[in-house]
Write a protein that binds this ligand. Structure first.
Ligand code: ATP
Length: 195
Protein backbone atom coordinates (compact mmCIF):
# COMPACT_ATOMS: atom_id res chain seq x y z
CA UNK A 1 0.00 0.00 0.00
CA UNK A 2 1.28 3.47 -0.92
CA UNK A 3 2.41 5.43 2.13
CA UNK A 4 2.34 9.21 1.88
CA UNK A 5 4.03 11.34 4.54
CA UNK A 6 2.71 14.84 5.15
CA UNK A 7 4.50 17.53 7.14
CA UNK A 8 4.94 21.25 7.52
CA UNK A 9 6.44 23.59 10.08
CA UNK A 10 4.54 24.99 13.02
CA UNK A 11 1.24 26.58 11.98
CA UNK A 12 1.59 25.57 8.32
CA UNK A 13 -1.77 23.80 8.40
CA UNK A 14 -0.58 20.19 8.00
CA UNK A 15 -3.29 18.92 10.35
CA UNK A 16 -5.98 20.96 8.61
CA UNK A 17 -4.85 19.65 5.20
CA UNK A 18 -4.69 16.08 6.52
CA UNK A 19 -8.32 16.40 7.67
CA UNK A 20 -9.29 17.22 4.07
CA UNK A 21 -7.62 14.00 2.90
CA UNK A 22 -9.54 12.18 5.65
CA UNK A 23 -12.81 13.63 4.36
CA UNK A 24 -11.90 12.08 0.99
CA UNK A 25 -11.70 8.70 2.76
CA UNK A 26 -7.94 8.46 3.17
CA UNK A 27 -6.80 6.88 6.46
CA UNK A 28 -4.41 9.28 8.25
CA UNK A 29 -2.02 8.33 11.05
CA UNK A 30 -1.19 11.28 13.32
CA UNK A 31 2.35 10.62 14.55
CA UNK A 32 2.33 13.22 17.31
CA UNK A 33 -0.84 11.73 18.84
CA UNK A 34 0.64 8.25 18.43
CA UNK A 35 3.82 9.38 20.23
CA UNK A 36 1.77 10.42 23.26
CA UNK A 37 -0.02 7.07 23.21
CA UNK A 38 3.05 4.84 22.90
CA UNK A 39 4.71 6.68 25.79
CA UNK A 40 2.21 5.02 28.14
CA UNK A 41 1.38 1.84 26.18
CA UNK A 42 4.52 0.47 24.52
CA UNK A 43 6.28 -1.80 27.04
CA UNK A 44 9.63 -1.73 25.19
CA UNK A 45 9.59 2.07 25.17
CA UNK A 46 8.56 2.33 28.83
CA UNK A 47 11.41 0.05 29.93
CA UNK A 48 13.93 1.95 27.79
CA UNK A 49 12.75 5.31 29.13
CA UNK A 50 13.03 4.16 32.75
CA UNK A 51 16.50 2.75 32.08
CA UNK A 52 17.64 6.03 30.49
CA UNK A 53 15.92 8.64 32.66
CA UNK A 54 15.08 6.77 35.87
CA UNK A 55 12.03 5.01 37.32
CA UNK A 56 10.59 8.40 38.26
CA UNK A 57 9.86 8.88 34.53
CA UNK A 58 6.50 7.26 35.35
CA UNK A 59 4.15 7.72 38.27
CA UNK A 60 3.09 4.62 40.20
CA UNK A 61 -0.25 4.38 38.42
CA UNK A 62 1.54 4.28 35.05
CA UNK A 63 1.10 7.80 33.72
CA UNK A 64 4.10 9.64 32.30
CA UNK A 65 5.93 12.14 34.50
CA UNK A 66 6.21 14.78 31.79
CA UNK A 67 7.78 17.35 34.12
CA UNK A 68 10.62 14.98 34.97
CA UNK A 69 11.36 14.17 31.33
CA UNK A 70 10.99 17.81 30.27
CA UNK A 71 13.40 18.95 32.99
CA UNK A 72 16.05 16.60 31.57
CA UNK A 73 15.65 17.28 27.86
CA UNK A 74 14.85 21.01 28.06
CA UNK A 75 17.69 22.91 26.35
CA UNK A 76 19.81 19.73 26.26
CA UNK A 77 20.28 18.50 22.70
CA UNK A 78 22.08 15.28 23.72
CA UNK A 79 19.33 14.21 26.15
CA UNK A 80 16.62 15.18 23.65
CA UNK A 81 18.35 13.04 21.03
CA UNK A 82 18.29 10.10 23.48
CA UNK A 83 14.57 10.61 24.11
CA UNK A 84 13.86 10.75 20.37
CA UNK A 85 15.94 7.63 19.78
CA UNK A 86 13.60 5.80 22.17
CA UNK A 87 10.28 7.33 21.10
CA UNK A 88 10.66 7.43 17.30
CA UNK A 89 11.14 3.66 16.80
CA UNK A 90 8.04 3.05 18.96
CA UNK A 91 6.02 5.39 16.74
CA UNK A 92 7.37 3.57 13.66
CA UNK A 93 6.18 0.28 15.18
CA UNK A 94 2.76 1.80 15.90
CA UNK A 95 2.56 3.05 12.30
CA UNK A 96 3.44 -0.38 10.88
CA UNK A 97 0.79 -2.04 13.06
CA UNK A 98 -1.75 0.57 12.03
CA UNK A 99 -0.98 0.11 8.30
CA UNK A 100 -1.29 -3.67 8.67
CA UNK A 101 -4.88 -3.18 9.88
CA UNK A 102 -5.98 -0.98 6.95
CA UNK A 103 -7.98 -2.67 4.23
CA UNK A 104 -9.40 -1.28 1.01
CA UNK A 105 -7.64 2.08 0.93
CA UNK A 106 -5.80 3.23 -2.21
CA UNK A 107 -3.16 4.82 0.01
CA UNK A 108 -2.55 5.89 3.60
CA UNK A 109 -0.98 8.98 5.09
CA UNK A 110 1.31 9.72 8.01
CA UNK A 111 1.10 13.23 9.41
CA UNK A 112 4.22 14.14 11.38
CA UNK A 113 5.72 17.48 12.40
CA UNK A 114 9.21 15.95 12.35
CA UNK A 115 8.81 13.73 9.28
CA UNK A 116 12.15 14.85 7.84
CA UNK A 117 13.98 15.52 11.13
CA UNK A 118 13.15 12.02 12.42
CA UNK A 119 14.04 10.32 9.12
CA UNK A 120 10.60 8.69 9.11
CA UNK A 121 10.12 10.09 5.59
CA UNK A 122 12.41 7.29 4.45
CA UNK A 123 9.61 4.86 5.29
CA UNK A 124 7.15 6.78 3.08
CA UNK A 125 6.82 6.29 -0.67
CA UNK A 126 5.91 9.94 -1.27
CA UNK A 127 6.07 13.09 0.85
CA UNK A 128 4.07 16.32 0.94
CA UNK A 129 5.25 19.57 2.52
CA UNK A 130 2.59 22.12 3.53
CA UNK A 131 4.00 25.64 3.40
CA UNK A 132 3.03 29.14 4.48
CA UNK A 133 5.10 32.25 5.25
CA UNK A 134 6.42 32.48 8.82
CA UNK A 135 4.40 35.59 9.69
CA UNK A 136 1.14 33.93 8.69
CA UNK A 137 2.07 30.77 10.61
CA UNK A 138 2.90 32.79 13.73
CA UNK A 139 -0.44 34.63 13.55
CA UNK A 140 -2.36 31.36 13.13
CA UNK A 141 -0.68 29.71 16.11
CA UNK A 142 -1.05 32.83 18.30
CA UNK A 143 -4.79 32.68 17.57
CA UNK A 144 -5.00 28.92 18.18
CA UNK A 145 -2.77 28.55 21.25
CA UNK A 146 -1.87 30.66 24.22
CA UNK A 147 1.72 31.09 23.05
CA UNK A 148 3.86 34.20 22.63
CA UNK A 149 5.52 35.13 19.35
CA UNK A 150 8.91 34.29 20.93
CA UNK A 151 7.76 30.79 21.94
CA UNK A 152 6.47 30.11 18.42
CA UNK A 153 9.65 31.45 16.81
CA UNK A 154 11.74 29.30 19.12
CA UNK A 155 9.74 26.17 18.23
CA UNK A 156 10.05 27.04 14.55
CA UNK A 157 13.81 27.45 14.93
CA UNK A 158 14.06 23.89 16.28
CA UNK A 159 12.57 22.49 13.06
CA UNK A 160 14.39 22.18 9.71
CA UNK A 161 13.88 25.31 7.59
CA UNK A 162 11.01 25.40 5.12
CA UNK A 163 13.53 25.70 2.27
CA UNK A 164 15.27 22.48 3.29
CA UNK A 165 11.97 20.60 3.62
CA UNK A 166 10.72 21.91 0.27
CA UNK A 167 13.84 20.41 -1.31
CA UNK A 168 13.32 17.07 0.42
CA UNK A 169 9.58 16.80 -0.32
CA UNK A 170 8.06 15.27 -3.46
CA UNK A 171 5.02 17.58 -3.43
CA UNK A 172 4.19 21.01 -2.01
CA UNK A 173 0.80 22.27 -0.86
CA UNK A 174 0.68 26.06 -0.50
CA UNK A 175 -1.55 27.05 2.38
CA UNK A 176 -0.74 30.75 2.22
CA UNK A 177 -4.07 32.27 1.20
CA UNK A 178 -2.82 32.89 -2.37
CA UNK A 179 -3.91 29.50 -3.73
CA UNK A 180 -7.00 27.47 -2.87
CA UNK A 181 -6.04 24.42 -0.84
CA UNK A 182 -8.83 22.00 -1.77
CA UNK A 183 -7.96 21.85 -5.51
CA UNK A 184 -4.33 21.13 -4.57
CA UNK A 185 -5.49 18.28 -2.31
CA UNK A 186 -7.82 16.90 -5.00
CA UNK A 187 -5.03 16.90 -7.58
CA UNK A 188 -2.71 14.89 -5.30
CA UNK A 189 -5.55 12.59 -4.26
CA UNK A 190 -6.16 11.80 -7.93
CA UNK A 191 -2.47 11.02 -8.47
CA UNK A 192 -2.12 8.83 -5.38
CA UNK A 193 -5.41 7.02 -5.99
CA UNK A 194 -4.40 5.98 -9.51
CA UNK A 195 -1.02 4.77 -8.30
P1 ATP B 1 1.24 22.64 14.50
O1 ATP B 1 2.50 22.09 13.95
O2 ATP B 1 1.49 23.85 15.32
O3 ATP B 1 0.39 21.62 15.20
P2 ATP B 1 -0.22 22.53 11.98
O4 ATP B 1 0.79 22.65 10.89
O5 ATP B 1 -0.78 21.19 12.25
O6 ATP B 1 0.36 23.21 13.30
P3 ATP B 1 -2.93 23.47 11.89
O7 ATP B 1 -3.20 23.15 13.31
O8 ATP B 1 -3.56 22.65 10.84
O9 ATP B 1 -1.36 23.56 11.63
O10 ATP B 1 -3.26 24.99 11.58
C1 ATP B 1 -2.83 26.03 12.47
C2 ATP B 1 -4.01 26.96 12.72
O11 ATP B 1 -4.26 27.69 11.53
C3 ATP B 1 -5.30 26.23 13.08
O12 ATP B 1 -6.00 27.00 14.04
C4 ATP B 1 -6.05 26.17 11.74
O13 ATP B 1 -7.45 26.17 11.92
C5 ATP B 1 -5.58 27.47 11.07
N1 ATP B 1 -5.51 27.36 9.59
C6 ATP B 1 -4.81 26.46 8.91
N2 ATP B 1 -4.97 26.66 7.57
C7 ATP B 1 -5.78 27.73 7.45
C8 ATP B 1 -6.30 28.44 6.33
N3 ATP B 1 -6.02 28.10 5.06
N4 ATP B 1 -7.13 29.49 6.57
C9 ATP B 1 -7.40 29.85 7.84
N5 ATP B 1 -6.94 29.23 8.94
C10 ATP B 1 -6.13 28.19 8.75
Amino acid sequence: MLKVGITGNIGSGKTTVSKIFEILGVPVFYADDAAKKVMVEDAILIDALKAEFGDESYFDEGSLNRKHIASIVFNNEAELAKLNAIVHPAVFRAFDNWVAGIKNAPYVMKEAALLFESSSYKMCDKTIMVTAPLELRINRVMQRDNLTREEIESRNARQFSEEKKIQLADFIIRNDDTELVIPQVLELHKQFSSH
